[in-house]
Ligand binder design. Structure first.
Ligand code: TYM
Length: 383
């Protein structure tokens, strides 16, 4: 199955934007693809320094949110970035081929410096953020990266870096050459047998593929570029608005958390901005410019959406009523998520085991890529 990779920074609990923009997609994709999902704790350091503000604690919260959202460790691999040191290693290796201006022109570089004026973000780590993300992605050679709209530029630079890598280390690469020596020996022995020549030393990729023992290995022994360019996958709501109508984001303090109790969801939505032109209850409104209606489109049934849109246009309903319907729909979406969260909160060692197993699987997959990358870059393999 083709691979999928995505991650989230541990900046506290996750919000509805994270869910509708990415997590929701992940939960569907785990049934179809070989998915790797991780908590990007090293990324948190780029903006959370020097005050650590409990990155480790936030990581635990995000782990709970992953499982609460419905990610199933039997279907996908869940892990924490720091548990797979190859992320940092590939970041370092790719640092040698990425031109600095590529990083400087990533839109989030300037935007975030503007947004977080109180911090000195003129650091090497912050400039290198998209390259670390590139390494996160390419390490798993995925076909798809399911993220929200704000991450599209990061996937774009990932594709550019992959393209450059494949140009600098050109041509297709027979993975048999990059396979672990013991694996290759076993395959060669089989290939000798198949050819009827017990002394045969040189093999075509074709012969190696035919000799590879399992289906999994068969694809691995095919020829391919080392770092294929992944594609971005967006959900239907890749930019969910928050309470103030801007993109829902922790840094704007306009979020509804996946773990917010009903009373909190209700009071947050009560003050959510609406169509600014609808000043009085008796004015007719325009749902097309109303952030509350944007949320209706995501959370409410078609019937409720229609009722809300018609009521708004004809001034038949007030914003309070419209928000009440929305609250019901959001609370309904959150109920099963919160139920699962409570289950995992009661079983912290279960969560730890899940992420421990995931780290083992992720390290094994990452090791395959690193083996190939080191080979073509002319490095020795560490013993
Ligand atoms: P982060 O942690 O800011 O966000 C995690 C995911 O949630 C999506 N998202 C939203 N989607 C729709 N509407 C919103 N209001 C909204 N807010 C957040 C984001 O687009 C993202 O998909 N750099 C990444 C983390 C990362 C990563 C990676 C992602 C590190 N390495 C490798 C993919 C692959 C980030 O800061 O996302």
């Amino acid at each position: 199955r083709p691979r999928v990779l995505s991650g989230m920074r541990p900046t506290g609990r996750l919000h509805l934007g994270n869910y509708m923009g990415a997590l929701y997609n992940w939960v569907q994709l785990q049934h179809e693809f070989n998915c790797f999902f991780f908590i990007a704790d090293l990324h948190a350091l780029t903006t959370e320094y020097p005050d650590p503000k409990g990155i480790a604690g936030s990581t635990d919260q995000v782990a709970l949110d992953f499982l609460a959202a419905g990610l199933d460790p039997k279907l996908c691999t869940l892990f924490v970035q720091q548990d797979v040191p190859a992320h940092a290693e590939l970041n370092l290796l790719l640092g040698n081929i990425v031109p600095v201006p590529w990083l400087e022109r990533v839109p989030t570089y300037k935007d975030q410096q503007e947004q977080l004026k109180e911090k000195d973000l003129a650091t090497y780590g912050f400039l290198g953020y998209p390259l670390l993300q590139t390494a996160d992605i390419l390490l798993y050679q995925p076909r798809y990266v399911p993220v929200g709209k704000d991450q599209e530029a990061h996937v774009e630079i990932t594709r550019e870096v992959a393209r450059r890598f494949n140009q600098l280390y050109p041509g297709s690469f027979t993975m048999a050459e990059g396979a672990a020596p013991w694996e290759l020996e076993a395959v060669k022995t089989k290939a000798r047998k198949l050819s009827g020549d017990p002394k045969k030393e040189t093999f075509s990729p074709h012969e190696l593929i035919a000799a590879a023992p399992q289906t999994k290995l068969k694809s691995a022994y095919g020829t391919h570029t080392i770092l294929p360019e992944p594609e971005v996958l967006l959900t239907p709501s890749p930019k969910l608005p928050g309470i103030d109508g801007r993109k829902m984001s922790k840094s704007y303090k306009n979020t509804i958390m996946l773990s917010d109790p009903e009373s909190e969801v209700r009071s947050k939505l009560k003050v959510m901005v609406t169509d600014p032109a609808r000043v009085h209850r008796t004015d007719s409104g325009n749902p097309d410019v109303c952030p509350v209606f944007d949320l209706h489109k995501v959370f409410s049934t078609d019937e409720t959406q229609q009722k809300a849109a018609e009521g708004c246009r004809s001034a038949g309903i007030g914003c309070i009523e419209c928000k009440g319907w929305l609250t019901d729909a959001v609370v309904e979406t959150l109920a099963p998520i919160q139920e699962r969260r409570r289950h995992f909160e009661r079983n912290p060692s279960l969560v730890e085991d899940i992420f421990h197993d995931g780290a083992i699987r992720a390290r094994a997959r990452a090791a395959e890529t690193m083996y190939q990358v080191r080979s073509v870059m002319g490095l020795r393999q560490p013993r």
